[in-house]
Design a protein around this ligand. Structure first.
Ligand SMILES: *Cc1c(COP(=O)(O)O)cnc(C)c1O
Ligand code: SF4
Length: 318
């Protein structure tokens, strides 16, 4: 934990930038706290205001410009939660929120206002939710989400996997995580053992938005997962000022394939309050995507999608 940056001004000092240059906003910070692992910070370029990694994590004044179509709960998750901590929107899949904690706090996060504490999305809820999964034989895949499920200690994660393993109709576990990218040291030998001792097939969906996030320090972590038969996918969010150029998207796909990570989704931004300055509109997105399609082999092309509350799957934009 000591290797985390939690003070934006300390980060700026390290990067030779000033609060004015960055439009720093303490109010924005107080609405969604600042937290970045040192491994991610090490990949931010010094003195570069528009660095694509810095843009993802730095609390700025633009977050306070509220727009009416940007809401606190854009996917209507809180209301659809008859069962706190368990989201079941799509056929065969249940999404289990296992922790409110993340390795990094991304400013555009659609759960940035999520009332984890008062909705009881905590460890004690999980046992109950596992019972609910057990009672529903239509579920074959459990997606661990949060927060970031790898925030859990290894023994808790092992317990969780064991209880899911005991359910006959579960075939696969999917883990949505940023840890192997932003904090590769989290991928310890013990974690790999825990994951691969499971009888269930493990799929990991990483979240990488820019090629610059993948450095040498990620190689071991990613290879460690891959050689143990964990299938690796990636999802990104299309973000203005981060990855909204053809070149950025091509480089991202190239970097992913080099690490044998399959580009899975390129998400349109969810309209969460405080993130409007990241918006790439649908027309711009489609134009970019057409160009991307003309450049890349099919297997390097993520699916451009938007999440629509109430729909049975993510909606393709192209
Ligand atoms: C995105 C999502 C999933 C997974 O969808 P896939 O298309 O299978 O990746 C599952 N449950 C919820 C609630 C989701 O938002
Ligand atoms: S890691 Fe994912 S859940 Fe956590 S803040 Fe970033 S986008 Fe949100």
């Amino acid at each position: 934990m000591r290797a985390y940056f939690t003070d934006p001004l300390k980060l700026l000092k390290k990067l030779d930038l000033t609060a004015q240059q960055m439009n720093f906003s303490p109010t924005a910070e107080s609405q969604f706290s600042f937290k970045v692992p040192a491994a991610f910070v090490n990949k931010i370029q010094r003195g570069k205001i528009d660095d694509p990694l810095l843009q993802q994590i730095f609390p700025v004044q633009q977050e306070l410009n509220h727009q009416t179509d940007y809401q606190k709960d854009p996917l209507d998750e809180v209301n659809s939660l008859s069962r706190p901590g368990l989201l079941q929107k799509y056929h065969g899949r249940a999404l289990l929120l296992v922790t409110p904690n993340c390795a990094v706090n991304c400013r555009y996060c659609f759960r940035r206002h999520y009332p984890y504490a008062d909705k009881g999305h905590l460890w004690k809820q999980i046992k109950h939710n596992i019972q609910l999964i057990k009672q529903d034989s239509s579920i074959s895949e459990v997606i661990l989400s949060g927060g970031d499920p790898l925030s859990l200690a290894d023994d808790k994660l092992a317990d969780l996997l064991k209880s899911l393993e005991s359910i006959k109709h579960i075939k696969r576990i999917r883990i949505h995580t940023r840890f192997p990218v932003v904090e590769p040291e989290r991928v310890t030998r013990q974690l790999i053992e825990t994951l691969t001792h499971s009888k269930l097939q493990i799929i990991m969906v990483l979240h990488i938005n820019h090629a610059q996030e993948l450095g040498r320090d990620n190689q071991n972590a990613i290879a460690g997962l891959r050689v143990r038969n964990i299938t690796l996918f990636n999802q990104s969010v299309l973000l203005k000022g981060v990855n909204d150029t053809l070149e950025d998207l091509i480089q991202l796909s190239e970097a992913l394939i080099k690490h044998q990570i399959i580009p899975y989704y390129l998400h349109m931004l969810d309209k969460v309050q405080g993130s409007a300055h990241f918006e790439v509109n649908e027309q711009e997105a489609m134009m970019l995507y057409q160009q991307l399609r003309a450049q890349l082999p099919g297997y390097m092309l993520p699916r451009l999608v938007r999440e629509i509350p109430g729909e049975k799957s993510k909606r393709p934009i192209y």
